[in-house]
Design a binder for this molecule. Sequence first.
Ligand code: FPP
Length: 257
Amino acid sequence: MPARNRKPSIDPNRLPRHIGIIMDGNGRWATRRGMDRNQGHRAGSKAVRKVVRTCRRLGVSYLTMFAFSAQNWGRPESEIRALMELLGEFIVKEWQEIMDRDIRVVHLGDLKKVPVAVRRQLQELVAATRKNRSMTLALALSYGAREEILRTVRLLAGRVAKGKLNPADIDIDKFSGQLYTGKMPDPDLIIRTGGETRISNFLLWQSAYAEYHFSEKLWPDFSSQDLLGAIAEYQNRRRRFGLTDEQIDHRQAPEES
Ligand code: FPP
């Protein structure tokens, strides 16, 4: 088999527990085909479906998809409307499969800004899937990491002002627990498609020790094979979390009795 068609081999015991994806390139994908940008987003939603299925099949526990940023509200109104409609359609179309595959859906971001129809659909999906356990799919919608951090600072500052919290008790865990991601583990792997090598206000706090994978592929072209390739590359990286190689080797060595 030619090398490019060979499935990257994945160690199922060393999967990233949490993958975050910045889905970039829908607009360019459409423009290159002489199509409307919104058709690119529609093609992008098919790629979402594929990637969710693949992550679920592999056994990835958490998948966060950056569907709409806090800054995307500045896009032309017609594009915002089309994206919101597409999200609503996605929720309706995928509802049964999400339930059948035991996927829990959570939302990250400022729901107040989301048009009421989609907001309700999303809230209903979140409520209906809250007991599902096979995988958590976090939809970052109307989400910005700086906005998320500021919201948490305000929330904790409010408790301090009321005398309910001692500033000295604010540590990394307490702060993390108040972010939209709450009890979710930090992302291990962040993938960005579309050829840009930037983070664009995505999970800034949570990705302190994430590994990054930047793909030249435009999001609608990103396949399950590309996802496997990103995971295989992740598995070849050595994560040190600020420690030395020797310390990591020692931690990974089997316990001596
Ligand atoms: C960035 O590409 C992509 C978005 C702003 C929207 C992502 C949305 C989807 C993939 C579809 C719906 C999502 C779900 C979860 C159903 P861009 O438009 O900035 O691309 P460009 O850089 O080529 O212009």
